[in-house]
Design a protein around this ligand. Structure first.
Ligand SMILES: C[S@@+](CC[C@H](N)C(=O)[O-])C[C@H]1O[C@@H](n2cnc3c(N)ncnc32)[C@H](O)[C@@H]1O
Length: 357
C-alpha cells in the first residue's frame, strides 16, 4: 500500500476511524495535492487526516450525527455540509463515495459524485463487503469508466473510476417514488426518495399507528419522521396542529418536505440526532421510532428516545409510539412514565400510549 507512515501515527487513527475510512487513509496517495469531496462519510475525522496530503477537503454527510462529528473541525481547507446535496455546483479533482447502507441510494450518490467531478476526475468508492460494494463495477453508469479494484482490507473494498463524460443533471423528481395512500385520516400523497424508510410500501407498524392515532391539539413532534407519513395523517385529521418533524437522515428530511408540499401541508422539518436539536415542550410526541443503526440492530436509540421525550412533554402531554413487539420497551416506559399502556397490538407490533403526569 502507498500509505505514508512517516506522516501519520497510523495506529492512532486505527482507534478512531471506521473500517471504510481506514481503507481510504491507506490509499492517501490518491489525493496528493487534490481538492477532494467526501460524500456520505462516516462518523469520524477522516477528512482532517486527509488534509495531510490533500489540498482541500469538503464533506457532505447524509447523516446529521456524522456531520456533527466533523463540523467543529472546519477550517480554511476543510468545509463541512449536511444534506442530500451540496449548496453549490462546485467541482473537485476527486470524490470519495462511501457506499450507502441502503443499496437503492447508491445510484443517486454516484450521479451526485459525477456532477461534482472535473472532467476526468477520479471517483473513489469504498464500502463494507457485506454491503453492495462487490458489484460496484456493474453499477457504474456509462459516464464513468469501468472501474478497478484498488484495495481489499478490513472487511472493505475500495474501487476507483474516472469521469468519462458529463453526468446528468440531478432532478429530485427522478429519485422520488410518489404514491397515494388511503389512511383512516383520508387520502395522502407520500413522496419517498431513494433509500428512505418504507420506500416500497407503507410500513406495517406505521399502518397500525395510523389506525389508532389519538385526537391531538397544539404542538406535536413526529420523531424519526421518514417520508412524513405520520405527520401528513395528523395534519389531515387536524390541519391546525403545529407539527415538527425531525430525522437524522437528509434523504428522509427532503422526502418529508416533498410529502408536505404534495399535500399542501406545512410543518417545521429539521435535522436532529435523537432529540438533541429540539427546543421547548410539546403537547404530543408521536413516533415509529428507529431500531436500526446502519446494518446493526439496536434498541439504544429507542431507549434514549423514551428517556428524552418524556422530558419534552407538557404536563398531560400525549406520548404514543408503535414498536415491534419483541423490542423491550416496557421497562423503560415504566421507568419514565410509571405505567405501561398497550392500547393496540397485532402479531408483530404494539402501540404504547401514555400521558405525562
Ligand atoms: C422506523 S422509521 C419511521 C419513519 C416514518 N416515521 C414512518 O413511520 O414511515 C425511523 C426513522 O427514524 C430515523 N432515525 C434513525 N435514527 C435516528 C436518530 N438518532 N435521530 C432521529 N431520527 C433517527 C430514520 O432515518 C427513519 O427515518
Amino acid at each position: 500500500m502507498g500509505y505514508n507512515c512517516r506522516k501519520f501515527p497510523f495506529g492512532l487513527w486505527l482507534r478512531v476511524l471506521s473500517n471504510p475510512s481506514q481503507v481510504v487513509l491507506r490509499n492517501i496517495e490518491l489525493f496528493e495535492s487534490k481538492n477532494v469531496l467526501l460524500i456520505n462519510h462516516e462518523c469520524d475525522l477522516l477528512a482532517t487526516a486527509l488534509l495531510e496530503d490533500a489540498a482541500k477537503v469538503t464533506t457532505l454527510a447524509l447523516d446529521f450525527n456524522h456531520f456533527q462529528r466533523i463540523k467543529s473541525h472546519e477550517n480554511a481547507r476543510l468545509q463541512c455540509h449536511f444534506g442530500h446535496q451540496l449548496p453549490s455546483t462546485q467541482t473537485f479533482d476527486a470524490v470519495v463515495l462511501f457506499y450507502p447502507k441502503s443499496k437503492s441510494l447508491a445510484p443517486y450518490l454516484i450521479n451526485l459524485a459525477g456532477r461534482h467531478l472535473i472532467p476526468g476526475g477520479e471517483l473513489v468508492i469504498v464500502g463494507e463487503k457485506k454491503g453492495g460494494i462487490r458489484s460496484i463495477t456493474k453499477q457504474l453508469p456509462d459516464y464513468f469508466d469501468g472501474g478497478i479494484k484498488l484495495d481489499n482490507a478490513r472487511h472493505c473494498m475500495l474501487y476507483s473510476s474516472s469521469l468519462q463524460s458529463e453526468a446528468p443533471e440531478i432532478n429530485l423528481s427522478d429519485w422520488v417514488k410518489a404514491y397515494v395512500l388511503s389512511t383512516p385520516q383520508g387520502e395522502l400523497t407520500i413522496c419517498n426518495l431513494v433509500g428512505v424508510f418504507s420506500e416500497k410500501r407503507l410500513d406495517e407498524g406505521t399502518e397500525l399507528l395510523l389506525e389508532h392515532l389519538p385526537t391531538l391539539k397544539g404542538r406535536v413532534l413526529d420523531f424519526g419522521c421518514g417520508a412524513g407519513v405520520i405527520t401528513a395523517a395528523l395534519l389531515k385529521a387536524n390541519p391546525d396542529l403545529e407539527l415538527e418533524c425531525v430525522d437524522i437522515n437528509a434523504m428522509a428530511l427532503a422526502s418529508c418536505e416533498l410529502t408536505m408540499a404534495a399535500n399542501g401541508m406545512q410543518a417545521k422539518v429539521y435535522a436532529s440526532d435523537g432529540l438533541t436539536q429540539i427546543q421547548g415542550l410539546f403537547d404530543a410526541i408521536i413516533s415509529n421510532p428507529p431500531f436500526h443503526d446502519g446494518l446493526d440492530s439496536t434498541t439504544e436509540i429507542a431507549t434514549r428516545f423514551v428517556q428524552e421525550s418524556e422530558a419534552q412533554l407538557r404536563s398531560g402531554g400525549i406520548w404514543q409510539i408503535v414498536a415491534n413487539r419483541h423490542l423491550p420497551y416496557s421497562d423503560t416506559i415504566a421507568q419514565f412514565f410509571n405505567t405501561v399502556n398497550v392500547t393496540a397490538e397485532n402479531n408483530k407490533y404494539k402501540i404504547y400510549a401514555n400521558r405525562k403526569a
